[in-house]
Every structure is written in structure tokens, then in C-alpha cells.
Design a protein around this ligand. Structure first.
Ligand code: ATP
Ligand code: MG
Length: 242
């Protein structure tokens, strides 16, 4: 589904991504972890072209993500790749249901009534049916993040990207967001998740990519990664978590 080949990216003369080669298969859940500043966010943002790359290529379902394309084609591409950020980025002036319904109406031309109906189903799925008419400011962080997930799902993307979706949340709200992500994974969604939640990684990931200094220096199943990390830097990273 997603294939990265020798992806390189620098800011000025600072190399952030130093040749990333990796594949995410359909239905696979990849957890990306590694130290702060190692390039995790940059990497995941290149996949839906929120960041440009300097060289290499990224293919999403056969399409070259970084090929020259019109703004319209780029929007169409992005609408097929759900993205959930650390900060929830909901539209403050729209209710939960309108946040979720907006893109299908605006981008896909879905009739408003139909989009709202589907939005209510999605809010139900993330456990927020009763908050449909609430505005973001009236919701907790965990609730806002679940609305953000529902909003991404409204476009029916075959892939979801998450960049530390729980790290801005109070601890008691982390679980509700992880459990939504867990159920998505169980339904077969292809996912790339940057997260420090190692319990989630252990339970849900098919593969872990450990990134350090702009390179993926280890990929492993969670069993192997947690029991028997091979790279010294991965060993140190795990030791520091304990
Ligand atoms: P964290 O765990 O703290 O979120 P990260 O692994 O996501 O870290 P990135 O945000 O990808 O790291 O950043 C990788 C490196 O690139 C960092 O050294 C960062 O300072 C640098 N960087 C990121 N964005 C920019 C930018 N717009 N201009 C210059 N340098 C940048
Ligand atoms: Mg980051």
C-alpha cells in the first residue's frame, strides 16, 4: 500500500531523513518510535506530502505522492490518507457533527443531510453520539481527539496516519483514544502511528520501526523488539522508558 524508497529530506544543510526504505502493507499497523528529534514527524508528514522531500520516492497505492501534480490532485490524494495530529485542530466554530461532516460535503460533494447522518454514525463509533452538537471548547481533550479521528474517517481513507495522537492529553484520557485506534486496527485499517505508548505498540502493532538520526535502524515485530532489540540505540531507548 505504501512504499518509501531512499527518502531524503533536509532543512538547509541539516539532514533530517537520511534514506528511508520501508513498506507498509495493506491492513498493516506500523508503530514508529524513536528519540525526540529523530525525524518521526517529518517522516510521517512526507507520506501525505505535508512535507516535501529532497530525493527518493513515496508510492501510495501505486501513485507517486511527490510527483508534480495540481493542487486539486494533491487535495484528492490527501483526502485518501487520514491524518490525526497531536493537536486536534478541530474547527472551533463548528459542532462535532459539523466538523465530521464538513470535508465530505466540501470535498466530495456529498449532500449535507447524508453527510450529517454518516457523521453521527462515526461519532457513535468513537463513543460520542451524545456530543454531536457540542463545540470543541465544550469537549475534553480526549473527546476532541476522538472527533478528529471521526473527521478523518469521514473521508473513508484506506490509510490512517497518526502523529502522537495522545501526547497532548491528560493521562486519564489517553486510554479512550487508544481504544478507538485499537478498534480501527482490529477492523483492518492500514495505520502508521508515531507514538510513545509502548503498551499500544506491543498489543496492536504488526511491526515497529525504530528511527534514530533520520534512519530506520531497526524494524521488528513487537515481540522481538521488546524482548530482544538488536540495535544498541534501540536497547538504550527501551531501557530509558523503564
Ligand atoms: P519528537 O519526538 O520531538 O516529536 P520527531 O522525531 O518527530 O521528534 P521531527 O519533528 O521530525 O522529530 O524533527 C526532526 C529534526 O528536524 C529535528 O532536529 C528538528 O529540529 C528538525 N526540524 C523539524 N522541522 C523543521 C523545520 N521546519 N525547519 C528546520 N528544522 C526542522
Ligand atoms: Mg514529532
Amino acid at each position: 500500500t505504501i512504499r518509501l524508497a531512499d527518502v531524503r529530506k533536509s532543512y538547509g544543510d541539516y539532514d533530517v531523513l537520511k534514506g528511508i526504505d520501508a513498506t507498509v502493507a495493506r491492513g498493516e499497523v506500523v508503530v514508529i518510535c524513536g528519540p525526540s528529534g529523530s525525524g518521526k514527524s517529518t517522516l510521517i508528514r512526507t507520506v501525505n506530502r505535508l512535507e516535501e522531500i529532497n530525493s527518493g520516492s513515496i508510492f501510495f497505492e501505486g501513485q507517486d505522492v511527490h510527483a508534480p501534480m495540481s493542487g486539486r490532485d494533491l487535495n484528492r490524494l490527501r483526502s485518501r490518507i487520514g491524518f490525526v495530529f497531536q493537536s486536534f485542530n478541530l474547527f472551533p466554530h463548528l459542532s462535532a457533527v459539523d466538523n465530521v461532516a464538513m470535508s465530505p460535503i466540501r470535498v466530495k460533494g456529498v449532500p449535507a443531510a447524508e453527510a450529517r447522518e454518516k457523521a453521527l454514525k462515526l461519532l457513535d463509533r468513537v463513543g460520542l453520539r451524545e456530543k454531536a452538537e457540542s463545540y470543541p471548547a465544550q469537549l475534553s481533550g480526549g473527546q476532541q481527539q476522538r472527533v478528529a479521528i471521526a473527521r478523518a474517517l469521514a473521508m473513508e481513507p484506506p490509510v490512517m496516519l497518526f502523529d502522537e495522537p495522545t501526547s497532548a492529553l491528560d493521562p486519564e484520557m489517553v486510554g479512550e483514544v487508544l481504544s478507538v485506534m485499537k478498534s480501527l486496527a482490529a477492523e483492518g485499517m492500514t495505520m502508521m502511528c508515531v507514538t510513545h505508548e509502548m503498551g499500544f505498540a506491543r498489543d496492536v502493532a504488526d511491526r515497529i520501526w525504530f528511527i534514530d538520526g533520520g534512519q530506520i535502524i531497526e524494524t521488528a515485530t513487537p515481540e522481538d523488539f521488546f524482548k530482544n532489540p538488536k540495535h544498541p540505540r534501540a536497547q538504550r531507548f527501551l531501557a530509558d522508558l523503564r
